[in-house]
Design a protein around this ligand. Structure first.
Ligand SMILES: Cc1ncc(COP(=O)(O)O)c(C=O)c1O
Length: 424
């Protein structure tokens, strides 16, 4: 698409945007008395205005019915998960039986690895991306050690090509092939948190399976951001957090996916608790665990209702907007962001965009490394009314999201960066 570098053009894009009214459904921070430009949906999504009402409904149920709130009131708690799961199917590309909302991301990664990382003397390696999010690295290392292996030997990282920040699919597939006799699990991000690169989940999964390994994904930066088809791609498991693109609040309850083909696998090991027990037996207090015939059999503890309430408020907005519509707008936003950044950088190259230029290899997030005084450039953004994100040593990440960001904000951001870069 041919773009123009002007405020009027950006405003025209906004006036053509059929999703623009969803912005009003979120609270946004103010800076210097003005609504701030919030490009941090990849870190902590904004608060849906209805979240407080949903939490209030739970509080009222608790106040009015005590423990009977599980069964009584406007929104009984016992079947609450069943209201959430269908809202996630489109976003994750999953059947509702394959989804469970529980715990937090790192905890869920561990629970899934208990099931899907079952090393043997010959097959014990995990293949992952180099510079995976630190929590994932700690999870991989501790799981490997738990089984008595040495992380140095058992964890194989796929590195970016020399002189670039990006990892090619070719290199990932070649690494899986090279370790096909010893790999037991391929565990990648869906979108890399630093570069914003989208990994080819379908191809990675197929290669893992061909090598006789399971394929799992950390979708922290993918869920609610890019189009996913986990069921069709035959992904074995995935985990994500809901506080980023899914706007469910700080420390929000997380999500997990287990492919249908594993749901009735009785030999797959799993850590169990009463909340994974079939609801018909759950309160009979018997000593036998009868797994719920869905991914909910991985749930262990009583659902945290206040966390589910904020999650539900956000998912209702996604359902109203339509996930495909959001992805289409997201592509336009990031395309325009690429255009304005390239525009302000053309006379003298003051930064390099490290996110892939190919629209199929990125979501909302665009990361760029600033060549000189990077931290000072970043620090000047907030006083100019812009929330962005800093990553050492010199990377600024921005994520204009389709539910509440505008083309005008992208234009204003670029003009501000241009002004800051000109400041000696
Ligand atoms: C890619 C990735 N993995 C794991 C985590 C850790 O998530 P949690 O603190 O919810 O366990 C994050 C947090 O931002 C993340 O971005």
């Amino acid at each position: 698409m041919q773009h123009e570098f002007s405020l009027a053009y950006a405003q025209q894009l906004d006036s053509n945007d059929k999703l623009s009214h969803f912005r009003e459904q979120f609270y946004a921070p103010y800076l210097q008395g003005k609504k701030a430009i919030y490009f941090l949906g990849n870190s902590l999504g904004l608060q849906p205005k209805k979240a407080q009402d949903e939490v209030k409904t739970i509080m009222e149920g608790w106040a009015n019915f005590g423990v009977e709130g599980f069964f009584a009131g406007k929104d009984p708690w016992l079947n609450y998960q069943q209201k959430i799961t269908p809202l996630l199917c489109d976003i994750i590309g999953a059947k509702k039986e394959e989804l469970v909302t529980m715990n937090h991301l790192t905890v869920n990664l561990h629970l899934m690895m208990i099931s899907f990382y079952q090393p043997t003397a010959t097959r014990y390696k995990i293949i992952c991306e180099a510079k995976a999010f630190p929590s994932d690295q700690y999870a991989f290392q501790s799981q490997v050690k738990l089984h008595g292996y040495d992380p140095e030997d058992a964890i194989i990282e796929v590195h970016p090509k020399e002189g670039t920040e990006l990892i090619t699919t070719e290199d990932i597939l070649a690494t899986i092939e090279a370790h096909k006799a010893s790999v037991v699990l391929v565990l990648f991000g869906g979108v890399n948190y630093y570069t914003g690169q989208v990994f080819d989940i379908k191809a990675i999964t197929a290669a893992a399976h061909k090598a006789g390994a399971y394929a799992g994904f950390d979708l922290a930066h993918a869920a609610g951001n890019i189009k996913l088809q986990l069921h069709d791609w035959q992904v074995d498991f995935a985990c994500w957090c809901n506080y980023k693109y899914l706007n469910s609040g700080p420390g929000a309850i997380a999500g997990a996916f287990v492919h249908e083909s594993h749901l009735s696998n009785e030999v797959l090991p799993r850590l169990e608790g009463w909340w994974g027990n079939d609801v018909a037996n759950r309160f009979k207090m018997g000593d036998t665990f009868t797994p719920t015939p869905t991914a909910e059999s991985w749930a262990m503890s009583t659902s945290p209702m206040m966390l589910l309430a904020t999650h539900k408020a956000s998912l209702a907005i996604f359902a109203a907007a339509g996930f495909n519509n959001l992805v289409a707008k997201s592509k336009m936003l990031s395309d325009y962001l690429f255009f304005v950044l390239n525009h302000i950088n053309q006379a003298e190259e003051k930064f390099s965009i490290i996110t892939p230029a190919n629209p199929d290899e990125r979501g909302c997030q665009v990361s760029f490394s600033v060549h000189k005084n990077a931290k000072a450039v970043f620090d000047a953004l907030l006083p100019n009314g812009i929330f962005a994100d800093w990553r050492e040593p010199n990377v600024i990440r921005v994520a204009p999201v389709p539910l509440y960001n505008t083309f005008e904000e992208i234009y204003t951001f670029s003009v501000t960066v241009q002004k800051i870069l000109k400041t000696p």
